[in-house]
Design a protein around this ligand. Structure first.
Ligand code: AMP
Length: 973
């Protein structure tokens, strides 16, 4: 046995190293670790397996060996102590380390020598002690060495067997030797677990490694997952294939298998495995565990901004806001530059608002105004606006907005007050031949845009014979300055080609660009003789020559520019003083048969083309309807239809239609346009353009205080231009009054009411004078009242009264003074006082119109010029004429009375035509005149008086009531 002991010793030494090995194994039995007798049973008891004790490094340990190779029939058993079965698993492993001696190394090797031994197991629910029965064991495996040991080179074999499907609480192992030389160095019985672990922020419990099985875990603190996290535990004790992911809550980040709070100054907005981020720009530093970083004061996020985005400042106002008038009707372009502060955002947009403002208040522009790319959410820094009125001043507010602009609250905005700029004249786009004779050509032309009603452009027409002078340096042109966009040129050479071109001149005489040259030819003399008869006849009948200023200019082509620059100067041959109308008005009474005048000047309309819709007024001869007229080119147009009431006499019919034959001679944007007449029908009708806002006096009364002085001035300018046209046509109106001016939806004013008899009969204001005939006294110049001297100068007086009516919002001139009192006052030098809020310059012009000496009154051309100048410099309207409420609001005849005479608040409100506020005053508890006298301007607003004009009227009246002294001084000029 000696050599065997040596070998075993060497074995033990080598095996020391295994003792220190760690594993995730749970050891049920470890032969080596046992520091004492193992207590294993051997059978037979004395022979067979024997225990060998060794001390290595001061520690005692045991091995078992057996080596009966010479004697056959060996059956040596070695049984372990009772091993408590592995909990929760039916499998365990047995790891054996052993040495088997090569049978060949024994001299005269025995045939009985074996090189294997057997492993057995016996299950038992309890320790059976030393009772050992082989029959209770079942064989697990035959253990064969990989290498046998020969000589000194010890070969340690290691073999692991998995034993499964145990059903009892514990078991015994047994080793059967049947004639081998074996040393059992180590027996380890163990089972494996997958250790508790944290994977992907999910914690999994330690799990016995059995067959491959799925284990459910749970998220670590401050982490969540949508599905239960799972992982597989292999039979080898390895975790594989984690399924499902836990994510740290907002404000936490994953670090070392746990979720930890974000540090100060960091944030994490959502459930994710991302790391916390540094707070973005313009935010306040966050505290630990922050889910967002709040914006610094003055910085914001839009609702759609993610919390990771920086905060931005609200945009500042757009810069360099400017407007440019565009070609086309009423079009203007606003442009601006982006604001200084954009907040670094890409969602910067602009919105544009349009208002019409006076000094006190603004009203939104009406719906006609169209923003071509919409008024809001503009990304461009331009917008084209159309549908603008040429006589209005618009205030545009362009506001910068971005995602951080506050709800509907206003953002930073730039404002511009502007009007269409028509100082640049439109262009003549084409010239048409309307009629021709051997010595005459009738031409008309069209413009690139329609000039606004209040701006009267003139035209410079140049023509020359086509083939003459073409070789020469010098071209002879004939130049005409014209008021209308049509002309008849006479005294031409028959059958000759002429070249024409036209340019538009602004009211200031600034020329636009020339049209292309157009060629037209006069007819042959023979061809015309029959054709031209009516013209000749008409010429004879009319007896009024069409006066044209014909200037033959010898213009060197290269000097043409110089000449045009000088145009308008005092010695300029084309200055306005020399402009003459092309036509003069023809009194229809000049015709023996008035029907001829109608045929001549008026278009006959087929009765089936007009249909009446609604009564809109009553004239002297019958009702006035709004209706529609079918026209071949334009479809249906809205028109006004004046009717002749049934039972008329032939004289009445002629008088009725005479208005049409006068109107038919006019063509001006400020004169009501005649569409035509229906005469071949029992009920004669006069069809005119429809004026949506009706008569001016009513319109103004209805809009008292709502229209700015500038707009009122624009309206007056239109009336003055219409009157200038009429006076240029040598037509005297005789009944110019706000009631005879009509207003359309663009607030363009047009003079109407041209009946021949109207001055005598039609007008309700007409008063029989001592010399017979009816005259509207309040509107009529003294010389016309006194000796029927009706002239354009008397029309100018009436225009002055219209100015007063307009500025006083339809107030009746001279209030309820009697006609007699009015005439007396006028003759004594009194004049109407300035209406409330009337710019001084306008009142001065009124006073000029009321000069007693008619030659001192301005002409309509002067009036148009003055009004244009005022319109061009609105600041000139800032000075307001002196106003005395006691004169203007109270009746002059009562203004000398005690101002405290009002017995009630409603009586007082009635006197100043503000009785619509009766209820508001009562509701506010203002029931006595003492309370009225104590009112301050802000109290008036609080009572519910919002319109600036009304506020002023009431405030002025209170002012007047407070001042006991009454005076008519302002009334005197
Ligand atoms: P007249 O006989 O011209 O004085 O017209 C009587 C009333 O009819 C006027 O005061 C207006 O209210 C109305 N009226 C007349 N002509 C027109 C028109 N062209 N457009 C709109 N209303 C009109």
């Amino acid at each position: 046995m000696e050599p065997r002991r040596v070998i075993l010793f060497v074995f033990l030494f080598i095996c020391r190293i295994f003792i220190t090995l760690q594993s995730k194994e749970h050891v049920l039995l470890d032969m080596r670790a046992s520091g004492s007798e193992l207590g294993w049973l051997t059978s037979p008891n004395e022979e067979g397996w024997e225990i060998v004790q060794s001390v290595v490094n001061g520690s005692l340990f045991y091995t078992y060996s057996v080596c009966y190779i010479d004697s056959p029939e060996q059956d040596n058993w070695l049984r372990t102590t009772y091993i408590q079965g592995p909990p929760g698993t039916s499998r365990f492993s047995v790891e054996l380390q052993f040495i088997v001696r090569d049978c060949n190394t024994f001299d005269g090797a025995s045939v009985a020598c074996k090189e294997t031994f057997n492993l057995f197991i016996s299950e038992a629910d309890a320790d059976v002690g030393t009772s050992f029965r082989k029959g209770q064991f079942r064989k697990v495996a035959t253990i064969a060495p990989d290498e046998v040991t020969r000589g000194k080179g010890v070969k340690i074999n290691k073999e692991t067997r998995t034993v499964g499907l145990l059903s009892k609480k514990g078991f015994y192992l047994a080793f059967q030797d049947m004639g081998a030389c074996v040393a059992l160095l180590s027996v380890r019985v163990y089972y494996k677990t997958c250790p508790s672990t944290v994977q992907s922020l999910a914690a999994f419990p330690e799990t016995v490694a059995d067959a491959l099985k799925v284990v459910e875990g749970s998220c670590v603190n401050n982490a969540v997952s949508q599905a239960t996290p799972r992982i597989y535990c292999t039979s080898e004790g390895d975790w594989v294939v984690p399924v499902g992911q836990c994510q740290c809550l907002p404000g936490y980040e994953a670090k070392e298998n746990s979720c930890q709070e974000c540090k100060q100054g960091y944030f994490k907005p959502s459930e994710s495995n991302e790391l916390c981020q540094v707070c973005p720009d313009n935010t306040k530093p966050s505290s630990a565990g922050a889910t967002e970083c709040l914006c610094e004061d003055g910085f914001f996020r839009s609702p759609s901004d993610p919390p990771t985005s920086p905060c931005s400042a609200r945009p500042s106002a757009p810069l360099d806001l400017a407007s440019t008038t565009l070609s086309g009707e009423g079009r203007l372009m606003l442009s601006w530059s982006p604001p200084l502060v954009t907040g670094g955002r890409s969602d910067l947009t602009y919105s544009v608002a349009c208002e019409i403002c006076d000094e006190d208040s603004c009203v939104p522009c009406d719906e006609k105004i169209h923003f071509e790319t919409g008024p809001a959410d503009l990304q461009d820094t331009t917008v084209v606006i159309s549908g603008l009125d040429s006589h209005l001043n618009y205030t545009f507010t362009v506001e910068s907005r971005s995602g951080v602009s506050e709800g509907n609250a206003e953002g930073a905005a730039a404002t511009i007050t502007t009007a269409l700029d028509y100082t640049t004249p439109p262009k003549v786009t084409s010239i048409h031949l309307d009629d021709r004779g051997p010595t005459s050509l009738s031409l008309s032309w069209t413009l690139s845009r329609r000039p606004p009603a209040h701006i009267n452009h003139r035209y410079e027409l140049m023509y020359r014979k086509k083939d003459v002078d073409s070789e020469s340096d010098v071209t002879t042109y004939t130049v005409l300055i014209l008021e209308k966009n049509s002309v008849q040129i006479n005294e031409l050479t028959p059958d000759t080609a002429y070249m024409f071109r036209v340019q538009v001149l602004s009211p200031e005489g600034m020329p636009g660009s020339f049209s292309a040259e157009h060629e037209f030819q006069t007819s042959l003399l023979a061809e015309s003789q029959t054709q031209n008869k009516p013209t000749v006849v008409m010429g004879a009948v009319v007896g009024v020559a069409v006066i044209l200023l014909v200037v033959v200019a010898f213009l060197l082509l290269r000097r043409r520019r110089l000449c045009s620059r000088g145009r308008g100067g005092p010695e300029d041959p084309f200055s306005t003083d020399q402009i003459k109308p092309l036509k003069a008005y023809v009194d229809p009474h000049m015709y023996e048969d008035p029907n001829i005048a109608i045929q001549k000047f008026v278009k006959e309309i087929d009765p089936s083309a007009v249909s009446k819709q609604k009564v809109i007024g009553v004239g002297e001869f019958g009702e006035v309807f709004r209706g529609v007229m079918k026209t071949p080119g334009k479809g249906e147009v809205t028109v006004a239809i004046k009717t002749l009431k049934p039972g008329y006499s032939e004289k009445q019919r002629q008088d009725f239609l005479s208005e049409a034959s006068i109107m038919g001679q006019f063509s001006h944007p400020n004169i009501i346009r005649l569409e035509g007449v229906v005469t071949k029908f029992k009920h004669a009708m006069i069809v005119t353009e429809y004026m949506e806002n009706g008569a001016l006096d009513t319109y103004l009364k209805d809009h008292d205080g709502e229209i700015s002085s500038y707009q009122l001035l624009g309206m007056l300018r239109g009336i003055a231009a219409g009157m200038k046209y009429l006076s240029d046509m040598s037509y005297v109106h005789r009944d110019l009054a706000a009631r005879n001016v009509l207003v359309n939806s663009n607030l363009e004013c047009k003079v109407s009411d041209f009946g021949l008899s109207r001055v005598l009969e039609d007008d309700a204001e007409g008063t029989y004078t001592t010399r017979g005939g009816k005259i509207p006294i309040r509107w009529t110049a003294p010389e016309a009242i006194a000796y029927r001297k009706f002239t354009s100068a008397s029309d100018v007086w009436s225009f002055g009264i219209v100015m007063w009516e307009v500025m006083a919002f339809g107030e009746r001139p001279y209030w309820d003074m009697s006609n007699h009192e009015v005439m007396k006052a006028i003759n004594e030098g009194f004049r109407l006082p300035a209406p409330m809020d009337c710019p001084s310059a306008i009142y001065q012009l009124m006073l000029q119109c009321w000069q007693h000496d008619r030659s001192k009154r301005p002409r309509f051309s002067d009036i148009v010029n003055i009004l244009d100048k005022l319109l061009q410099s609105p600041e000139s309207l800032k000075t307001i004429a002196d106003f005395d409420p006691r004169v203007s609001i109270r009746l002059p005849s009562t203004s000398g009375c005690d101002n405290t005479m009002f017995r009630s608040v409603s009586e007082w409100l009635e006197s100043i035509k503000m009785n619509q506020y009766n209820e508001s005053f009562a509701r506010a508890g203002i029931t006595t005149m003492e309370q009225v006298l104590a009112l301050r301007p802000e109290d008036i607003r609080n009572i519910g008086v919002r319109l600036p004009g009304h506020m002023k009227r009431i405030a002025y009246s209170i002012l007047g009531l407070k001042d006991e002294t009454s005076s008519l001084s302002v009334f005197a000029v």
